[in-house]
Design a protein around this ligand. Structure first.
Ligand SMILES: [Ca+2]
Length: 627
């Protein structure tokens, strides 16, 4: 085994079982009173078109429950995604600001969301809300999962349906080509009872479950289904038959009908628990219609995939419903954006809107107290170099005008969306003063943005969604099944004693720790302490120190822990992964303690009694056996 002295620097993570006599985490639930802060449910559909809901004029897809939400609320006809499509839309929404404020100028998947300002769920959690997430994430880096950025609970990902050979043989060709892949079905999953269910339906049940379990405390629930993102080819006939849609649109229509069903379930659950009037429901889409699936942006044109230069890519159907607080059956035509949700929710919960937010409180506009546009101008600047050509977009909205060009070098085009919703007549030459004014506004806005940010390299230890049924919290986040040294390791060593195994590596400017903990019987809280030791420390000294309860006599030079983290109750066996980066990348300095920033992410789950502690050998791959 490699000894400590062979490496220049050592960071040691020791897990200390603490007494059972920790404080009791089970607090009595808060009484449900009339003064209870309002709940918030945000439904964020994937690729739902502006023209694909009955209340927005759709004729061939019945959406009675969403229509009811609109009838019991306000529907917004100029609601925008300023950072399309999926990933930037969600990042902008959850931060409550233009994505360009944190350097996001295009798709740029993997770009971190900022950690120096609270996300919407974090903001609500800080203000006493329990926060839950169901469905698609697509936000931030691989380490910025929902549990890491503010959600207390996340619906686990149910197993996908795997088709049998016999089933595949009976499938239409288009479906067959998709599902023969090992990945299984996109839209059928297996529920806890072992039955095959439509994923959107499963999500709806999770929403109902969440509302029921948290009815006595203020909650925020974010449902972002996979639906109605392509491909909807598996849509069952029972769903499609409820629509009069034809052609390729029929599959999409089936998917939309199912989304509507879940909204129905949700309304019913809120009513059952007496929460309908004390719950703000926001229903919207992350970007416009997917034309490839037959989605509609009517009366506008364009959408996702093809038509990204038109209104249909960024204008989405949005509904706010909160009977008693927001009027019923009204339409609001003013300009709003998805980053307004954060500000609106903050105001609704009686909190000041955080200073970083670009949004405004929409409530006075929805109630009619304020008139006109919530935003006089809205802006687009998708010019990330290397992003897909079709996604480049520079635009502004003001009154009925849409100013647009694809690249900086292009001339501006101007459209009057009221007279020309299909953007067929560029009237820039007829209204040079409008072009000049809007272009100047866009230019001024652009000077307030952060520079283009770089996407960090994909790192080891990426979080994965937690498989299974029910809910995950940080108490039982998923373990990686395979633990192996990073590819650039230049040093590698390990220690095994007590119930803790540690191996650690470092590169020039980075130290990576991976910890396997066999903690067989435990239901008591644990705490992790991270220490740094002098590079001259020997392995035997460390062992002596551990076994002698951290005696200062053995290790007078050991500093206070630089990092302490209490692990959640209920750990049985744990695979944990730590990544530690030097502040400002000074790198390990021989003979000196170096201050480290610790990014904490534990990934763990109960893996059963049959697990064996793996045998470590130098530079070998290490596999954790799971059942
Ligand atoms: Ca999308």
């Amino acid at each position: 085994m490699t000894t400590i002295t062979r490496i220049l620097f050592c960071v040691f993570f020791v897990l200390t079982a603490q007494a059972l006599a920790e404080e009791n985490p089970d607090q009595p639930s808060q009484a449900n009173t009339n003064q209870q802060p309002p709940n918030v449910i945000l439904i964020y559909i994937d690729d739902l078109g502006f023209g694909d809901l009955g209340c927005f004029g759709c004729q061939d897809i019945p959406t009675p429950n969403i229509d009811r939400l609109a009838a019991e609320g306000v529907q917004c006809t100029a609601s925008y995604i300023t950072n399309p499509p999926c990933c930037p839309s969600r990042c902008s929404m959850i931060m409550g600001q233009y994505g360009q404020r944190f350097g996001k100028y295009g798709m740029s998947r993997g770009l971190p969301i900022p950690e120096d300002r609270p996300t919407l769920p974090k903001f609500l959690a800080n203000n006493g809300y329990t926060t839950g997430q169901i469905g698609k994430w697509d936000i931030g880096t691989k380490q910025q999962g929902p549990l890491q950025v503010g959600f207390n609970q996340v619906a686990k990902t149910p197993p996908k349906k795997k088709y049998t050979k016999q089933e595949i043989a009976k499938l239409p060709k288009a479906v067959k080509q998709r599902v023969t892949k090992k990945s299984g079905s996109k839209y059928f999953c297996i529920n806890e009872a072992g039955e095959t269910v439509w994923l959107t339906d499963y999500d709806g049940d999770s929403m109902v479950d969440y509302v029921g379990r948290h009815k006595e405390e203020p909650f925020f629930l974010y449902w972002s289904p996979e639906a109605v993102h392509s491909p909807s080819i598996e849509a069952p006939e029972r769903l499609m038959a409820r629509t009069t849609a034809t052609g390729k649109r029929r599959k999409l229509a089936g998917a939309i009908v199912s989304v509507d069903d879940q909204v129905g379930k949700l309304i019913k659950a809120l009513e059952k628990h007496g929460l309908r009037e004390n719950t703000l429901v926001i229903f919207t889409s992350d970007n416009g219609a997917n034309g490839g699936e037959g989605g509609s942006s009517a009366p506008y044109t364009g959408g996702k995939g093809i038509g990204t230069q038109k209104e249909g890519w960024v204008r989405v159907p949005t509904i706010f419903s909160m009977p008693g607080t927001i009027p019923r059956g009204k339409t609001y035509e003013g300009l709003i954006a998805n980053f307004d949700f954060y500000s609106t929710i903050a105001a609704l919960t009686g909190q000041p809107i955080p200073r970083h937010c670009d949004g405004v409180d929409l409530l006075p506009f929805l109630t009619g107290e304020n008139t006109g546009d919530a935003h006089e101008y809205l802006y687009w600047l998708n010019n990330e170099p290397g992003d897909a050509v079709r996604r480049h977009l520079i635009a502004a909205r003001w009154k009925d005008w849409r100013l647009y060009k694809k690249y900086e070098k292009d001339p501006w085009q101007l459209f009057d969306l009221k007279l020309d919703p299909k953007e067929e007549r560029n009237v820039a030459a007829d209204h040079p003063e409008v072009v000049t004014q809007m272009a100047a506004k866009h230019s001024t806005w652009a000077t307030t943005l952060a520079p283009l940010a770089q996407i960090p390299e994909i790192e080891e230890g990426a979080l994965k969604s937690t498989p299974g049924h029910g809910w995950a919290s940080l108490n039982d986040v998923v373990a990686t099944e395979q633990v192996k040294p990073t590819k650039n390791e230049v040093a590698y060593s390990m220690l095994g004693f007590r119930n803790t195994l540690v191996f650690y590596t470092f590169e020039e400017q980075k130290v990576v720790l991976k910890i396997l903990i066999d903690n067989q019987d435990q239901s008591f809280p644990l705490s992790c302490d991270l220490y740094q030791f002098a590079p001259t420390t020997t392995e035997q000294n460390l062992k002596n120190w551990i076994n002698n309860q951290h005696s200062d006599a053995i290790f007078p030079e050991v500093p206070q822990p630089i990092f302490t983290k209490k692990l959640p109750k209920g750990f049985c066996k744990v695979t944990a992964s730590e990544e530690i980066r030097a502040h400002d990348n000074p790198g390990p300095v021989p003979g000196k303690f170096t201050e480290f920033k610790v990014q904490y992410s534990v990934k763990a789950r109960n893996v059963g009694k049959n697990i064996k502690i793996p045998t470590f050998t130098d530079s070998a791959k290490v596999f954790v056996q799971t059942k």
